[in-house]
Design a protein around this ligand. Structure first.
Ligand SMILES: C[S@@+](CC[C@H](N)C(=O)[O-])C[C@H]1O[C@@H](n2cnc3c(N)ncnc32)[C@H](O)[C@@H]1O
Length: 371
C-alpha cells in the first residue's frame, strides 16, 4: 500500500494555505525535494532501483511518489524515451499504488529502441539484470550476436514481462524526427491516436530541438488543461531546447516541482499545435544567438533568485550549448571558462569540463565540439 507519508505530503502540498504562503518557485522546489526523498520500505526501494538507468535515485523516488499520490488515476500516461525502463518502472510502480487509479488505465511508452548504446556497452549496462537472472538465457545469447548498435525493444519487453505492472504497460517503437525535412522518410514516426487521452506526459526522449517540437505538437492534441508535463532533461546541460520551448510557451505551463534536472509543469489552458508552430521555430538558428543571449541570463538570474545553485550552473551551461549550436563557439567557451572560475561551480567542475569538450550534440548524436 502507498505509504501514509506520501499521502500526508500530498495533502500538505495541496493545502491552499501552504500554497498561498509560499511563492510558486519555493513551492516547486519543496515539492521536488520532499518527493525525491527515499522514505519507502527497503523492499520497494530495491525494486525501484533494480533496473539500470540514466536517472538519479531522487528522480526515481520523485516519479514513484508523483504517480502514487498526485496523478489523478483517471486517464492514461505516456512516456517518451524509457531506454531500459528505469523511469518506466518508477512510474508504473507508482501508478499501481495510486488509490484512485482506474483499473483500465495504462502507461504507453515510446522509444526508437535502437541507435543508442553499442552492443558491448549495452551488455555491460544489463549486467546486474543478467547476474540476477532477470535477463537470461536465450535473449541474452541473442544479444551477443546482434549488430553493433542493437535494437533493444525485445530486451525491454523481456525484462518488463512478469513484473507486477506488466498488464498496464504498453511499449511502442516510435521515432522523433531530428528535422522537419526528415518527416516524410522517418520510419515509425511518432504519432498519437486521436482517441488517446493522457493526464501525465513524461519526456525523456526529446533529444533534439525539432524532435521536441514534433512530440509536443502531437501530444498536446491528447491533453487538456490540468494535465502534467514532466521533462526529465529540462535542467540538463546539453538540452537547451527544453527551457527555450517552455519560455516560448510559459503562459501555458505552470511550474509545479523540480528535482535535479527533472521539472514538472501543469498545463493551465488549452494548447494546440498551431500555437507551438507560431512560437517555436523549426531550428535553433531561427531563434538566434541574440534571443539566446536575452533568455538564458534571465533563467540564470531566476535560479539565483530562488537559491538554486545547481540551476545557476546548468542554465549557464545550457546558454553555452545554445550558442555553440548556432556557431558562436568562442562566446560559448568564454561563458564556460568564466563559470569554471566561480565558487558556485565547485560541485560541477567535471560537468563544466565535459561541456568545454562538447556542450551539446546534433540530432543524429554528433557532438558539437568547441575547439
Ligand atoms: C537518456 S535515455 C532515457 C533514460 C531512461 N528514461 C532511463 O530511465 O534510464 C534517452 C532515450 O531516448 C531515446 N531516443 C533518443 N532519440 C530518440 C528519437 N529521436 N526518437 C525516439 N526515441 C529517442 C533513446 O533511445 C533512449 O532510450
Amino acid at each position: 500500500m502507498t505509504s501514509n507519508m506520501v499521502l500526508e505530503i500530498a495533502r500538505w502540498l495541496q493545502d491552499p494555505e501552504i500554497k498561498q504562503a509560499l511563492s510558486t518557485d519555493t513551492y516547486a522546489k519543496l515539492f521536488g525535494k520532499l518527493y525525491g526523498l527515499d522514505f519507502e520500505s527497503n523492499e520497494l526501494s530495491s525494486d525501484l532501483f533494480a533496473f539500470p538507468g540514466e536517472v538519479s535515485r531522487q528522480e526515481r523516488m520523485y516519479l514513484y511518489h508523483f504517480f502514487a499520490a498526485i496523478w489523478s488515476g483517471e486517464k492514461d500516461v505516456i512516456e517518451i524515451g524509457p531506454f531500459l525502463g528505469a523511469t518506466t518502472r518508477a512510474i508504473a510502480f507508482g501508478m499501481l499504488e495510486n488509490r484512485n487509479r482506474r483499473p483500465d488505465r495504462k502507461l504507453y511508452t515510446h522509444d526508437r529502441f535502437g541507435s543508442y548504446y553499442k552492443r558491448e556497452a549495452l551488455l555491460q549496462t544489463l549486467k546486474p539484470l543478467i547476474d540476477n537472472g532477470t535477463f537470461s538465457g536465450a535473449a541474452h545469447q541473442r544479444l551477443e550476436g546482434l549488430a553493433e548498435l542493437p535494437d533493444f525493444m525485445e530486451i525491454f519487453e523481456e525484462i518488463h514481462s512478469n513484473t507486477p505492472y506488466s498488464s498496464i504497460l504498453s511499449a511502442h517503437k516510435s521515432v522523433l524526427p531530428g528535422a522537419r525535412e526528415e518527416m516524410p522518410t522517418t520510419e515509425y514516426l511518432f504519432r498519437t491516436d486521436a482517441s488517446a487521452s493522457y493526464d501525465v506526459v513524461f519526456i525523456d526522449g526529446c533529444k533534439s530541438w525539432y524532435g521536441t517540437k514534433h512530440f509536443m505538437q502531437e501530444v498536446v492534441k491528447n491533453t487538456e488543461p490540468g494535465a502534467y508535463y514532466i521533462f526529465q532533461d529540462f535542467g540538463w546541460r546539453s538540452c537547451f531546447w527544453l527551457p527555450v520551448f517552455w519560455a516560448q510557451l510559459s503562459d501555458f505551463f505552470e511550474v509545479i516541482s523540480f528535482v535535479e534536472s527533472t521539472y514538472a509543469f501543469r498545463l493551465v489552458k488549452p494548447l494546440d499545435a498551431g500555437t507551438i508552430e507560431e512560437r517555436f521555430p523549426d531550428q535553433p538558428s531561427d531563434f538566434g544567438r541574440e534571443n539566446f543571449n536575452l533568455l538564458f541570463p534571465k533563467l540564470i538570474l531566476h535560479a539565483a533568485d530562488i537559491g538554486d545553485v545547481r540551476g545557476i550552473a546548468y542554465a549557464t551551461m545550457q546558454h553555452a550549448s545554445a550558442l555553440a549550436y548556432v556557431g558562436a563557439k568562442d562566446e560559448a567557451l568564454a561563458i564556460l571558462n568564466n563559470l569554471e572560475q566561480q565558487a558556485i561551480s565547485a560541485h560541477y567542475r567535471d560537468k563544466i569540463s565535459q561541456a568545454k569538450e562538447s556542450p551539446t550534440y546534433l540530432p543524429d548524436g554528433t557532438p558539437v565540439k568547441l575547439q
